[in-house]
Design a binder for this molecule. Structure first.
Ligand code: HSE
Length: 437
């Protein structure tokens, strides 16, 4: 039997300790599959005492990550520090030292992945990042390997559990965004600084990695359209529900004739679709590919052992591929490096979607006609409408209009014109809608 693969783990937080515990608990089954043991022989964390209280005596605990990187006995470095500062230094140095790397760090890969993967290629090292997208759901493996025979048409996912938890609370309890965020923070879903989650940035990191492996393109994070959930109101969820829709924050990557769309924004989706019923902090990713059609992958997108499940799957893949011919290893970004193409990443103005509009208007004759005639001028067709009974004191009401497909740029022009009507009393609320046909 091959000697155990020696692993150095850097960062012993929730996922780090989950990885250590899971590997220890399931070592026997893993060894039955792999024919070799995986051994975390070193851990680096600033809190050495905390780690020592958990790990076995045969695991050396250090406070300096460099002690792991410079140890010639270590085959693989697991980076679970997060962020792009020190984590970038650790990953870069580990690759320079010829170590394989496993990381859950989507922020790092979305922003520095090109450099990291290129230097790994030159050093003949592997970088596993299954845990960086949708936590424990093996979506990287699905898109990169399981669907390798297919052309991927589009991917649409709920890939941030914190925002899905918040939106679920807003839908079910009619809470405001602020109330739901507070609940997410008190339950430990959202960070003290929740910006990356609620502004859609975390989802955009993940969506960019999915787009890269789906289409064989450079990681498009800097070109992605990103809109979070902070402006959403629960009344829009209630109106959407009356029309048969749920509102979810989706990460969407789509191939079109003119380029690739990479976008994260709140979205109306039919309440009858499976993904509309993904509740709380759960994640789900739908993939539409030419041969398989639509498939969906559901599970926990965060947490110690769910994420550790993906980290260890990467360790197993690395252990298997380490002894294979480098040219035949699975490419990091699914496509051979010399086959990466650079189609246009479409500006949001060029993207076509249906739309939900909420328009606060004076309850006067001709208001509806003036709005629909502006839509008609822009060749935007109305799909459904809802009007609330007018408030008898203020003589105001809200019109809800669902449109058929329109190019974003054209929709923006129509909204701008509607906004100029003296009978339109508040900024028009627009939320995109997807049908996934
Ligand atoms: N903060 C992420 C989420 C988990 O809420 O889904 C890690 O990516």
């Amino acid at each position: 039997m091959l000697k155990p693969m020696q692993i150095g783990l850097i960062g012993f937080g929730t996922v780090g300790s989950g990885t250590y515990q899971l590997l220890k608990r399931n070592q026997h089954q893993i060894q039955r599959r792999l024919g070799r043991a995986l051994h975390i022989s070193m851990v680096a964390d600033l809190d050495v005492a905390k780690v020592k209280a958990v790990v076995d005596a045969d695991c050396k605990v250090v406070s300096d990550a460099q002690d792991i990187i410079s140890n010639p006995d270590i085959d693989v470095v697991i980076e679970l520090i997060g962020g792009y500062g020190f984590a970038l230094e650790v990953v870069s140095k580990a690759i320079e030292a010829g170590k394989h790397v496993v990381t859950a760090n989507k922020a790092l890969l979305a922003t520095h992945g090109e450099t990291i993967f290129e230097s790994a290629r030159q050093q003949q090292c592997m970088v596993g990042f299954e845990s960086s997208v949708a936590g424990g759901i093996p979506i990287i493996k699905v898109v990169r390997e399981g669907l390798a025979a297919n052309q991927i048409e589009w991917i649409a996912g709920i890939i941030n559990g914190t925002t899905n938890f918040i939106l679920t609370q807003m839908h079910e309890k009619s809470w405001t965004f602020a109330q739901a965020l507070e609940q997410a923070q008190s339950l430990g879903y959202a960070e003290a600084d929740p910006t990356f989650d609620i502004e859609g940035i975390d989802a955009a990191h993940k969506c960019s990695l999915l787009a890269a492996i789906a289409y064989g393109i450079p990681i498009p994070f800097s070109h992605a359209y990103v809109e979070g959930i902070t402006q959403l109101q629960s009344k829009d969820m209630q109106f959407a529900a009356q029309l048969g829709y749920r509102i979810k924050l989706l990460g969407i990557a789509k191939r079109t004739d003119t380029g690739v769309e990479v976008r994260v924004h709140p979205c109306l989706i039919s309440e009858r679709s499976l993904i509309a019923n993904v509740e709380g902090a759960m994640n789900a990713v739908m993939v539409h590919s030419d041969a398989l059609g639509t498939s969906m992958y559901y599970g926990k997108g965060a947490g110690g052992e769910p994420t550790a499940s993906a980290v260890i799957a990467d360790l197993i893949d690395i252990a298997r591929m380490a002894s294979t011919d480098v040219a035949n290893r699975i490419p990091h970004l699914a496509f051979q490096a010399q086959s990466i193409e650079s189609p246009a990443i479409l500006d949001i103005e060029q993207v076509t979607t249906c739309n939900y509009l909420r328009i606060a208007v004076a309850d006067q004759s001709g208001v509806l006609a003036s709005i629909t005639s502006i839509l008609a001028e822009h060749s935007i067709s109305v799909d459904a409408m809802l009007q609330q009974p007018a408030d008898s004191t203020s003589k105001q009401t809200e019109l809800i209009i669902l449109t058929h497909e329109a190019k974003e740029g054209v929709m923006n022009q129509a909204i701008a014109k509607i906004q100029t009507l003296s009978t339109v009393l508040m900024p028009v609320v627009r939320i995109r809608k997807e049908d996934f046909n």
